[in-house]
Design a protein around this ligand. Structure first.
Ligand code: FAD
Length: 413
C-alpha cells in the first residue's frame, strides 16, 4: 500500500492527511511540537489557569474547503455564530457603535438600508470594492480603496484582519480573492463562525481521531531535520530518533512553515518576510456582544475583541510595530479599548499576551510572488501550507486548500 509521510501537523498537513486517508492511503504525520495544530491550536495556560487558543480565529461561512474538511472529520457543528451576518463595531475615538448587517441573498439589498450600513456612508460608496478587482497588478489595498469613512470604519479593519498586513503594503488582489468568496457571494457566505470550545476541539482533535480510526499515525515531538535525496527523489527522512527510509512508492508532503520548508528543500523559493499577530487574553467575565460574540474596534490599538466564558481575547493584526514591546506595555495599551468597548468596570484583570511573531507571511506583492505551487523538484515530494500559491492570503481556508491540493497531486500521479 502507498505510504505518505507528512512533515508538519498544522491544518495544511492534517488536511492533506485526511484527503489521502479518505482515498485509502496510509499516512504518518511527523510533528515537531508536542501536539498537532501548529498556528491554530488550544492549550492550557498555567498563569491564567484556563484553556485558551493561541489566537482568535474567525471563519466565514464562504470558506468552502474549511467546512468540507470539518464535515469530513465530523466536526461541522463545532463552530458557532449568528444565523444572519452581523459585524458589530465600536469607535474608541468618539464612542460610536454600529452594526454592519449584510442581507443573506446574493443581491446586496442591505446597501439600500442605512441601518445596515456603516453610519455616514452612501450606497454608491460600496461600489468601491470593485476597485480591488480592477486594481493594477501589484496595487495595494490602500491604493485601491483608501480614504473616507467607509474605508476607516469597515474596509480597513477587514483588510487588516484578512491580510495581516498594513493596507499600504497589503496586496489588493489577495483582498479581492477574499471578497469574491465571501461578500461578493452575499450575506449567506459571510456568516461569522468561531469554535464553540476551542481551535483544537474544532480543527485538530476530530481530524486526529478520524485519522487514527483509519490506521494513520501522528508522531508528536518528531522534528524532521533533513530530507535525503537521490536521483531526483526523497529516499529518507532524518529525525533525532533515527532515519526513516522511504520505500520506492512512498511520498512526502512537506507541510512545515515556509522557513523550515526552505531549509529542508534547498532551492525552494518561499516567502521570507512575515507579520506578527498579538493576542491579549484578559481573565474576566464580560457580556457577550449580541449575536456575533465579538466586536470590531476602530480608532484604538485593539482590533477585534472576542468574548468567551471567563476570557476576553483581543486580536491585533499586522503587529510588527508592537511585537517588541513588553507584554505589560501591550496589555496596558489595549485594556482601555476593551473596557470602553464592553463597558467593563474596574482595574485590569489577570492577562496573558501571546505573541505570534511569524503569524503569516507579509501579504505584499513581493512576498506573494515568492509563493511556490505544490510541485517540487523532487518527484515524490509536494509542499503545502498557507504560504504556498493558494491565491488566498494566509488563512485557515488557504492552509486547508493547500493540503488538499498537495494530496490530490499525489493521488493523480
Ligand atoms: C494568532 C493568529 C490568528 C489567526 N487568525 C486567523 C483567522 O482569524 N482566520 C483564519 O482563517 N486564519 C487565521 N490565522 C492563520 C491560520 O492560523 C494559519 O493560516 C494556519 O493555521 C496555517 O496552517 P499551516 O498548516 O499552513 O501551518 P502551521 O500551522 O504553521 O503548521 C506547520 C506545522 O509544522 C510543524 N513543524 C515545523 N517544523 C517541523 C519539522 N522540522 N518537522 C516536523 N514538523 C514541523 C509545526 O510545529 C506546525 O505544527 C491566524 C494565525 C495566527 C497565528
Amino acid at each position: 500500500m502507498t505510504h505518505t509521510h507528512i512533515i508538519g501537523a498544522g491544518l495544511a498537513g492534517l488536511s492533506a492527511a485526511v484527503t489521502l486517508a479518505a482515498a485509502g492511503q496510509v499516512v504518518t504525520l511527523y510533528e515537531a511540537g508536542p501536539a498537532a495544530g501548529g498556528r491554530c491550536r488550544s492549550y492550557y495556560d498555567k498563569g491564567l489557569g484556563a484553556r485558551i487558543d493561541n489566537g482568535n480565529h474567525l471563519i466565514l461561512s464562504g470558506n468552502a474547503a474549511t467546512f468540507a474538511y470539518l464535515a469530513q472529520v465530523g466536526a461541522a457543528d463545532s463552530l458557532i455564530g449568528p444565523n444572519a451576518p452581523l459585524f458589530p463595531f465600536f469607535d474608541v475615538a468618539n464612542g460610536a457603535r454600529w452594526n454592519v448587517r449584510p442581507s443573506t441573498g446574493v443581491l446586496p439589498l442591505w446597501l439600500f438600508q442605512p441601518s445596515r450600513r456603516v453610519p455616514g456612508t452612501r450606497t454608491a460608496e460600496y461600489l468601491k470594492l470593485l476597485a480591488l478587482r480592477f486594481a493594477k497588478p501589484g496595487a495595494t489595498v490602500a491604493q485601491a480603496l483608501g480614504g473616507g469613512v467607509l474605508y476607516r470604519n469597515l474596509l480597513e479593519p477587514l483588510a487588516i484582519a484578512a491580510l495581516n498586513t498594513p493596507p499600504d503594503q497589503g496586496l489588493a488582489s489577495l483582498m479581492d480573492a477574499v471578497v469574491r468568496e465571501t461578500l461578493a457571494k452575499g450575506g449567506a457566505a459571510c456568516l461569522p463562525r468561531v469554535p464553540r470550545e476551542g481551535l483544537s476541539e474544532s480543527f485538530v482533535d476530530p481530524a486526529v481521531a478520524w485519522l487514527a480510526a483509519r490506521g494513520s499515525q501522528l508522531l508528536t515531538g518528531r522534528r524532521i531535520a533533513a530530507i535525503r535525496q537521490q536521483a531526483g527523489r526523497a529516499v529518507a527522512l532524518e529525525t533525532v530518533e533515527g532515519i526513516v527510509a522511504l520505500a520506492e512508492a512512498d511520498s512526502v508532503v512537506l507541510a512545515a512553515p515556509a522557513w523550515v520548508a526552505a531549509d529542508l528543500l534547498p532551492g525552494l523559493t518561499v516567502p521570507d518576510a512575515h507579520e506578527s499577530i498579538l493576542n491579549v487574553h484578559f481573565q474576566t467575565q464580560a457580556p457577550r456582544p449580541a449575536g456575533a460574540g465579538f466586536i470590531g474596534i476602530v480608532g484604538g490599538t485593539a482590533e477585534w475583541v472576542f468574548v468567551r466564558q471567563g476570557i476576553v481575547s483581543v486580536t491585533i493584526s499586522a503587529a510588527n510595530r508592537l511585537v517588541d514591546r513588553s507584554a505589560g506595555d501591550i496589555a496596558a495599551l489595549v485594556w482601555p479599548d476593551v473596557r470602553a468597548a464592553l463597558r467593563l468596570p474596574g482595574a485590569m484583570p489577570p492577562v496573558r499576551v501571546v505573541k505570534e511573531r511569524r503569524a503569516t507571511f507579509a501579504a505584499t506583492a513581493a512576498q506573494n510572488a515568492r509563493r511556490p505551487g505544490a510541485r517540487t523538484a523532487l518527484h515524490n515530494v509536494v509542499v503545502a501550507g498557507d504560504w504556498t500559491a493558494t491565491g488566498l492570503p494566509a488563512t485557515i481556508e488557504g492552509a486547508i486548500r493547500s493540503g488538499r491540493t498537495a494530496a490530490r497531486l499525489l493521488l493523480t500521479r
